[in-house]
Design a protein around this ligand. Structure first.
Ligand code: NAD
Ligand code: TYD
Length: 352
């Protein structure tokens, strides 16, 4: 079969990438979707078992830090477009060891830009969509929102590496005319989220009646978006966004961490048939994260007015679906939390 586009999605076995791959494979049978992933601790092909046999899906296990592998994959699949998500994504791990973040997020991104530049030369019609985070803008005080004009001010090794990759993507647009698009999204939540991040970690610990480690006073604020709404935003920007532009993605949904953890406790008390208020007893305040950004909040007006995107569900609906997915998929949770996860957890939360 002839495909109208051959899209390379990097990091497709991870949390957001797997939702995007599933959406693109199902919604665009005329596109070939090539998922490139190194399958680190965060990548899991079971996330995509429902589309693995689709005629327009291919998987390539590769490292974006390997330029020869990228060249071979571009040639083998005649790649016409890229949507780049592969990254080291967890702030706490970046504090423990920044170098892996520099290698994958910065060097890996530049390798991918080079592979696209070499393959496409100056031909029109291609798109390199770089998926990034609102954390590049730094930390907000009580007022204000991040817009596309907000100056970059990354403060963790993770956000510094993502900011650096964003700068390289813009530099390739201005210097070489590479047809790039960018998106900077707020915190995502949903199914298949690795239980090192706040929401899936709390769900996992509530279910298992383990302490719920809240950093500092729990008054840091995050702006949460359902992962499938992020996938729909990427789809919209990839198809209709302007070249060289970046679009902020978010749904005006700010919560303090402690409010959110309490909400999850009450939701799970209800779902698990526990006495009201019992899971909250598990909340444990722990030492704050170093350099902990106080508040993130996104202004997505540009994406909404220019491209007509908006989130499809409320946070309450999304959290209920997410909790239901975790309860119904304990085997997935068991699998991803076995092995090296225990060492990480013991080190992070039990100090050994
Ligand atoms: P994730 O950690 O769940 O998945 C990352 C994926 O990248 C994994 O499948 C992993 O195996 C793969 N990967 C890592 N290093 C690689 C390498 N060197 N070569 C090839 N593959 C590699 O991350 P996520 O939460 O799905 O985030 C995806 C992207 O979206 C990242 O670029 C992240 O910065 C961005 N983002 C995430 C959020 C969020 O809330 N999670 C918000 C905004 C933006
Ligand atoms: P996280 O999910 O790691 O996302 P990010 O740091 O990229 O925003 O953390 C979300 C918020 O939850 C952040 O303010 C840190 C806090 N947090 C905790 O209080 N306890 C935890 O165990 C974790 C993982 C995060």
């Amino acid at each position: 079969m002839e495909f109208s586009k051959h899209i390379l999605i990097t990091g497709g076995a991870g949390f957001i990438g797997s939702h995007l791959v599933r959406r693109m494979v199902r919604n665009y049978p005329s596109y070939l979707i090539v998922n490139l992933d190194k399958l680190t601790y965060a990548g899991n092909l079971e996330n995509l078992s429902d589309v693995a046999d689709a005629p327009n899906y291919r998987f390539e296990k590769a490292d974006i830090c390997d330029p020869a592998a990228l060249k071979a994959i571009f040639e083998k699949h005649q790649i016409t477009d890229v949507i780049h998500l592969a990254a080291e994504s967890h702030v706490d791990r970046s504090i423990e060891g920044p170098m892996e973040f520099v290698l994958t997020n910065v060097v890996g991104t530049v390798n991918l830009l080079e592979a696209a530049r070499a393959a496409w030369q100056n031909e029109a019609g291609h798109v390199f969509h770089h998926v990034s985070t609102d954390e590049v803008y730094g930390s907000l005080g009580e007022e204000g929102l991040f817009t596309e004009q907000t100056a970059y001010d990354p403060r963790s090794p993770y956000s510094a590496s993502k900011a650096s990759s964003d700068h390289f993507v813009r530099a390739y647009f201005h210097t070489y005319g590479l047809p790039v698009k960018m998106s900077n999204c707020s915190n995502n939540y949903g199914s298949h989220h690795f239980p090192e991040k706040l929401i899936p970690l709390m769900i996992h610990n509530i279910v298992n009646e383990k302490p719920l480690p809240v950093y500092g006073k729990g008054d840091n604020i995050r702006d949460w978006l359902w992962v499938e709404d992020h996938a729909s935003a990427i789809d919209t920007i990839f198809h209709n966004g302007r070249l060289g532009e970046s679009y902020n993605v978010g749904g005006l949904n700010e919560w303090t961490n402690i409010e959110l953890v309490r909400f999850l406790c009450s939701l799970l008390d209800r779902k698990l048939g526990r006495a009201s208020g019992s899971s909250e007893q598990l909340i444990t305040y722990v030492t704050d994260r170093a350099g902990h950004d106080k508040r993130y909040a996104i202004d997505a007006t540009k994406l909404e007015t220019e491209l007509g995107w908006k989130p499809s569900i409320t946070f309450e609906e999304g959290l209920e679906r997410t909790v239901d997915w975790y309860l119904a998929n304990q085997a997935w949770v068991e699998k991803v939390t076995s092995g090296a996860y225990q060492d990480y957890y013991n080190h992070m939360y039990l100090g050994r």
